[in-house]
Design a protein around this ligand. Sequence first.
Ligand code: ADP
Ligand code: MG
Length: 627
Amino acid sequence: MMAFLTLLARNRLAMAGGIVLSLVILLVLLTPILPLADPDVTDTGNRFKPPFSEGALLGTDHLGRDLLSRLLWGTQLSLAVGFSAAIIAATLGAAIGIIAGFYGGRTDNIIMRGVDMLMAFPYILLALAIVAALGPGLFNALIAVAAVNVPFFARNIRGITVGIAHKEFVDAARLAGMSNARIILTEVLPNVIPVIIIAMSTTIGWMILETAGLSFLGLGSQPPQADLGSMLGEARSALITNPHTSIVPGVMILIIVMSINLLGDGVRDALDPRLKSGALSRPMAATMVKREAPAPTSEGKGLLEAQELQTQFHVKDRVYRAAGGVSLHVEKGECLGIIGESGSGKSVTALSVMGLVASPPGVITGGAVRYEGKDLIGVPYKQLRDMRGRNVAYIFQDPLATLHPLYRVGDQLIEAIRSHRPIGKEEGRAKAIELLEAVRIPNAAKRITDYPHEMSGGMRQRVGIAMALANDPDVIIADEPTTALDVTVQAQILALLDDLRKSRGLAIVFITHDFGVVAQLCDRVAVMYAGRIVEEGQTADILDNPRHPYTARLMACVPELGEGKRRLEAIPGLPPVVDKLPAGCAFADRCDKVQDACRQGDIPLERNGARAVRCLFPETPLKEAAE
Ligand code: ADP
Ligand code: MG
């Protein structure tokens, strides 16, 4: 609730609308105690007095009635009718929509076809017909306006309910033996209420207009009773001679409807979770770069090299240092592993290489990424796009999320190729088959016409790998490509990547949180913690002799086959949040070897040949072991 109000308060237009509307409502509430003339007393001697004349601040109408008094009483009536109509329409419409959406099948069909029939009439004609049948009068106008808006709510809410009624938590409630009525009240309703409120807030203004329209036509409030619509209607004949009689109610309608709509839009934006997280602000095509320091000079290491790479997320006034100065490199034909707990900055580091971190909120604030020695940070987007997929390709964790659900996998493969070079239909098909064969999908010629959902998880991941291979890249960055797969499929995928590395001389950066995978595939490994590398070295070397306490603790978490009984030690605590990193070692709070010095000042990454460790008190000292 608080979050909703703060979000709403940040929207200036909505706030302005809210303030104006509150003033109007306050005025209307105070109307009975204000010293106003009787709105219905005629005084034909004082007809059409102009505004600001004595005793009539806004003038008088064609029967000499005080316009200010009529305006306030009329506004009260119009608002009351508009709000009531909205509440009635929302309640009825939502009830109909929820029932139709929840029960589905024949119930849904009968209800929704009825609703469709109502919707087939122009709503104002329908409202006129209803009032004609019931007889003119404000109450009947209210019923008519509510009735013509019920279908709108019913359709909206039904759509949402259909989505919710098939969610797992509803199935779970059903299996737990809850009655339908209870499921609707406790599981479905709380999820549709925001939608109901949104629909209401954006339609109340509309309903006030519709009520005013009916009154304008003489079908709503009956004389002498004033509402905004009937005031306009009565003023029509004097529109040219005494325009103030029309302007007064007209301006009030404008103010009310404008303020309600502005507020309603604000409410909708604040309640919609997608808008809240900024999903509608499209991410830029490449990560924003704001390097304060110049790029470090090249060390000329490897085919792909990151030097002191810093990537941050700027969310409001918080700064998350997701990658805090990461240096890595990978040679042709080599496999580098990056390992660390979830949230340690592995993905952000990997995505920064090709400028794929979403901006906003991502910003690359320092360091360099060198491909064949050339710095890529801040190069024109066209050049970056050219390199994506052709020089450096990615394989992501969840192949279901990376593949487009509505296109055949073959077409998606061809599209990946076509974005780099034109390719004909036949050639494309042949190439797609060749790629699927390269990742050992059986019966590839038939499989290219499959949709992603027709394949198993392992096969989809193979398609992901095939797509990464489509343009013969030199480097493949695989971000936990096997985490979603079971062990046998994982082993096959790893063997496949290893083969590709040997046969094509691919450089692979393999991100994982699994030491078993690292041992099987990687030549070298870098251990990340809280956005920095804490240890690096040859895989065998690190596995035999972990130096950083974090690495040692991570390895103690891995069960080993045939090793007999051993306690698997979980690391207590959680990694620090990267917007409030402690001074000194980020692991200090969880480390059992921590000493006072660990918490003071920055701890450098100490290097000795291929081995590096960022720790003041390593398990075995770096220098000594190298000798
Ligand atoms: P992992 O090592 O599991 O791949 P990530 O690289 O995805 O971790 O994330 C590293 C850190 O970056 C996380 O701790 C998270 O707090 C932060 N982060 C990631 N994405 C965002 C974002 N969009 N906004 C703010 N912080 C983010
Ligand atoms: Mg990740």
